[in-house]
Design a protein around this ligand. Structure first.
Ligand code: ATR
Length: 275
């Protein structure tokens, strides 16, 4: 059987681990998938996507800085993509309509809850950041029904806007917005969704938000300890995870959306860790 073509589109793209992850999924499942990386020109994401599907491509992952454009380009959005306002997965449906999906949030929740055994139900959760990455994961986080979900951000008004946007999804969860310095009591789970570490910064949290049982999750990943996780360890955290598992889980969810087959993620996470 000839291989069917998939790719990740971004700018830059050379660092992307997606081709490796999906090649491992293809070998593991025996699915006829060939997966490449495409660097789209910054001013022609649309043309790149159209060209890919015109020459028979089956599905795309989309990464920085095109996730919002992918969302706008699609003719149909899944429910989770609709709320996320951004898409990381594109494919054509049976009528040839471009569908946008977002698997980031489900990837985060699967990594936290299934891979790491963290219970979000009834937990007090602190989410740091209010940009696209955080918006993409709030729906699946709220679906786990934490007791409270506090969104802290440098620009508080952006956290407040997310609280308004997700109010209808909160159910019994107390959903609130604040600045980084405001929270004092310890949280059960702290999730860093800021890009502060890219500028060598840390969100200026009080040390007291970390208690002995706090689980810390950085959506960034690193083969060493991430900047944020190192800060947490230095301030009393004992359980820290980075976003490599989330990356593999979101990829598995995309693979399933395209192929109808769910790959095993644990061997792939292990392989990337030991690269
Ligand atoms: P992404 O798609 O990664 O979410 P984004 O939409 O630009 O990118 O959002 C980046 C997030 O990181 C925002 O919450 C941003 O805070 P502001 O909303 O105040 O801009 C946060 N962030 C970026 N640099 C930061 C820094 N140096 N300190 C604290 N927060 C920072």
């Amino acid at each position: 059987m000839h291989n069917e073509l998939y790719a990740v589109v971004g700018h830059p793209i050379s660092h992307s681990k997606s081709p490796r992850i999906h090649s491992l999924f293809a070998s593991e499942t025996g699915e006829p998938v060939e997966y490449t990386a495409i660097q789209a020109p910054l001013d022609d994401f649309t043309g790149t996507v159209e060209h890919f599907f015109e020459r028979g491509g089956k599905g795309l992952n989309v990464t920085v800085p095109f996730k919002e454009q992918a969302w706008h380009l699609a003719g149909h959005r899944t429910v989770r993509a609709q709320k996320a306002g951004a898409a990381n997965t594109l494919y054509l449906d049976q009528e040839g309509v471009l569908v946008a999906d977002n698997t980031d949030g489900v990837g985060l929740v699967r990594d936290l809850c299934r891979n790491h055994g963290v219970r979000l139900a009834d937990a007090r959760v602190l989410v740091l950041g209010a940009g696209g990455a955080v918006r993409g994961v709030l729906g699946p986080l709220l679906a786990e029904q934490p007791a409270s979900l506090t969104i802290a951000n440098r620009t508080v008004i952006k956290a407040e806007a997310l609280v308004d946007l997700f109010a209808e999804d909160a159910g019994t969860t107390r959903l609130e917005a604040c600045g980084f310095e405001q929270p004092e009591a310890a949280f059960d789970v702290i999730i860093n969704g800021t890009s502060a570490s890219l500028q060598g910064d840390l969100p200026p949290l009080r040390d007291s938000v970390i208690g002995p049982d706090t689980v810390v999750y950085d959506m960034m990943y690193s083969l060493t300890t991430t900047t944020f996780n190192q800060w947490a360890l230095d301030h009393g955290a004992t359980t820290v995870f980075d976003g490599l598992g989330m990356l593999v889980e979101q990829a598995a969810e995309s693979f399933q959306a395209w192929r109808g087959v769910r790959p095993q993620t644990a061997p792939v996470i292990h392989e990337l860790r030991t690269d």
